[in-house]
Write a protein that binds this ligand. Structure first.
Ligand code: ATP
Length: 622
């Protein structure tokens, strides 16, 4: 028997790294094929190439050659990474500098790798990702070289009207008001980036940005609202529509996925209808949940923009990033800012920029002020949560593990911490939620069933194993079966069955990650219901190409959704999936209560472990 994960052609160092589980067979094949085409024979270059392919697979845009050894392997692997025959960093870099894979060779113009020197060390790119990153950098810099033409007096009036004191509607909100700064930045820059944790008012601000921009002209602005997933688009649309009447926005603004906005075409691969030669026809584009946008998608979006289209990128850079390579939103916030601050900003919101601390909002730091040059504003004042969840999220984000433990062990009603044997409260939430959803679904009330299915969600870091989704979903089904006296059979459709879509279907506009529920219609037919705008979208379940029954889901999948109560089953402290970003994402899925199930050791390990996502966007190239 051969192990499919081991590349049969791999020899020497590649074979050793492959068998140790650091490299996949595909990484080895790509490295060998490229080397053969270019006539490369150095084992150091083989290894670096295979590690560069692996890095992209693991979500990085490039390989950080100064951190070669920072790789993770499966938990089951018993290999000690330090025992592997790691070459010396500088030997690898020297070999790459001479390599035909990097400099081109007699075999032809093929140059599949790029070696880049930066102040913090060398990066190795697969050419395709290098070019995408270059495009992003170039388009952003071009767009930052000028500012939109605006009517200053009208903007000032707009800001005064839209950002009111909550207690005194005749007055403006107290400075510093970062939402007002964000709106002013968005109105005066071609590209702006509005970031913040959950409930900091990102969508509230976006609706006001749209109102502010619409006030600037008599001609209606062509506005596009977009998000990387269908679910996130639906949420954005709903929030903006809720505020449309109050703000004088068109009542029928529709949000769509980025794929749809760029004109995804069946059978055309990543080639969109709108691209560098055929720009998207909008004056203003808002992208929500930008943390989930991959490098490739950001590249496609930026190259499809008209130079004068105003782009507002919104999201939470502390969350888990896209499944594909890149952490573009976090990079845009952290990258060295070029350009000068738009002087108009100081005239419009000078009192916010210069204000001292206010009881509700701290004064702007020097770093925040600097980020304004790049059109980046971070909203920090939580507007939604009763303290506990937000405080916990902030402590995780700031890697303050003692504070995290203190909050978990406090009696804050929004947070609880349970041992893996202490499952009574979880069981009750699972059973009660299923009972509520089943009752509504059996009574053909699709809206209520969908709403009730957001009352509680069980999240895991892993798919498999004792901490994984499969195990916990089975456990949940047993609990529900015992409580209702009826065994659940996920191989047949039944009312109240919770669904998770696992692949995009552009035709039905049902997307990977969308969740729904099976409902019995008044005519007794069973249909799948998905939340979409005000009315649920119903379709026959056989029209769903890829769908699972979901009593537990991975934290990755839960991105872009929120639930009243979230229960998070943590894996063991040694799990490489357990990271700060993962914990932060899980905690911030909860609206009212977050229940963490696991050990103190696991919490502390998770808070300290970071997702390594190498990219060049944060660096200055030499
Ligand atoms: N300046 C404000 N004055 C009053 N209420 C506000 C203000 N800003 C936000 N809110 C309210 O706070 C809540 C959270 O705001 P919003 O939904 O815009 O946050 P968000 O950052 O988009 O959150 P999420 O990331 O979870 O979607 C909403 O109910 C909103 O109406």
């Amino acid at each position: 028997m051969t192990d499919v994960r081991v590349a049969q052609r791999g020899k020497g160092v590649l074979r050793i790294f492959n068998e140790a589980g650091v490299l996949a067979a595909a990484d080895v094949h790509v490295a060998l094929r490229l080397s053969a085409l270019a006539g490369e024979t150095s084992p150091d270059v083989y290894l670096a190439t295979a590690l560069a392919v692996r890095a992209v697979r693991a979500g990085s845009v490039c390989l950080d050659l100064t951190r070669l050894r920072e790789v993770t392997v499966d938990e089951e692997s018993e290999v000690d990474l330090d025992d592997l025959p790691w070459p010396d960093d500088s030997t690898v870099i020297e070999a790459l500098r001479r390599s035909p894979l990097v400099v081109g060779g007699p075999a032809g113009p093929l140059r599949p790798l790029r070696l880049v020197d930066t102040a913090e060390g060398e990066l190795l790119y697969l050419d395709r990702y290098f070019r995408q990153e270059e495009t992003i950098r170039r388009v952003l810099d071009q767009r930052a070289s000028g500012h939109p033409v605006v009517d200053e007096a009208s903007l000032r009036r707009g800001l005064d009207t839209l950002f009111r004191d909550q207690n005194d509607p005749a007055g403006s909100s107290a400075p510093p008001d970062r939402q007002r700064i964000a709106a002013a930045v968005a109105a005066t820059h071609r590209t702006s980036v509005i970031v913040g944790g959950p409930g900091t008012g990102k969508t509230h601000t976006v609706a006001r940005v749209l109102a502010l921009l619409s006030m600037q002209t008599d001609r209606p602005r062509r506005i596009a609202l977009a998000a990387p997933t269908g679910k996130a688009a639906a949420r954005l649309q709903e929030s903006v529509r809720d505020q449309a009447g109050e703000l004088g926005l068109p009542p029928d603004l529709t949000a769509m996925t980025l794929h749809r906005m760029l004109g995804w075409q069946r059978g055309r691969g990543s080639r969109f209808r709108y691209n560098a030669d055929n720009h998207v026809p909008y004056d203003v584009i808002v992208v929500d949940e930008t943390s989930m946008v991959s490098l490739t998608m950001m590249c496609r979006l930026l190259e499809a923009l008209r130079p004068d289209t105003q782009l507002v990128l919104v999201g939470d850079p502390d969350q888990l990033t896209s499944v594909d390579a890149g952490a573009v939103l976090a990079d845009l916030v952290a990258r060295p800012m070029s350009g000068k601050e738009n002087p108009l900003l100081a005239r419009l919101v000078g009192s916010d920029l210069d204000a001292a601390d206010d009881p509700d909002e701290a004064a702007l730091s020097a770093a925040e002020r600097d980020r304004l040059r790049g059109g980046v504003v971070r909203l920090s004042r939580g507007r939604r949560f009763g303290g506990g969840i937000a405080q916990l999220a902030v402590a995780v984000r700031d890697a303050d593990e003692d504070r995290v433990m203190e909050l978990l062990r406090s009696d804050a009603p929004e947070v609880s911490f349970h041992d893996i044997d202490d499952l009574g409260a979880l069981r009750k939430d699972v059973v009660d939620t299923a009972a509520g959803v089943t009752e509504a679904a059996s009574g053909s009330d699709a809206s209520a069933a969908l709403q009730l299915s957001e009352a509680h969600r069980l999240l895991c870091a892993h798919r498999e194993g004792p901490y994984g989704v499969a195990w916990w979903a089975r456990q949940a089904m047993e609990w529900i079966g015992e409580a209702s006296g009826q065994r659940l059979d996920p191989d047949r459709w039944y009312p109240g069955q919770p669904l998770l879509v696992t692949a995009n279907d552009h035709e039905t506009r049902i997307y990977n990650g969308d969740t729904g529920v099976i409902v019995r219609r008044a005519d007794d037919e069973l249909v799948a219901a998905f939340a979409r705008g005000n009315e649920p979208f119903l379709l026959h379940p056989t029209h769903l190409s890829a769908v699972q029954t979901v009593y537990a889901m991975t934290i990755h999948r839960s991105q872009g959704s929120q639930y009243d109560t979230v229960s998070v089953v943590l894996p063991g402290a040694e799990s490489s999936l357990l990271t700060r970003e993962l914990l932060y994402t899980a905690i911030t899925r909860a609206r009212r209560h977050v229940r963490i199930i696991g050990t103190e050791e696991a919490v502390r390990a998770g808070v300290q472990r970071r997702v390594l996502r190498a990219s060049g966007l944060r660096r200055t190239f030499r």
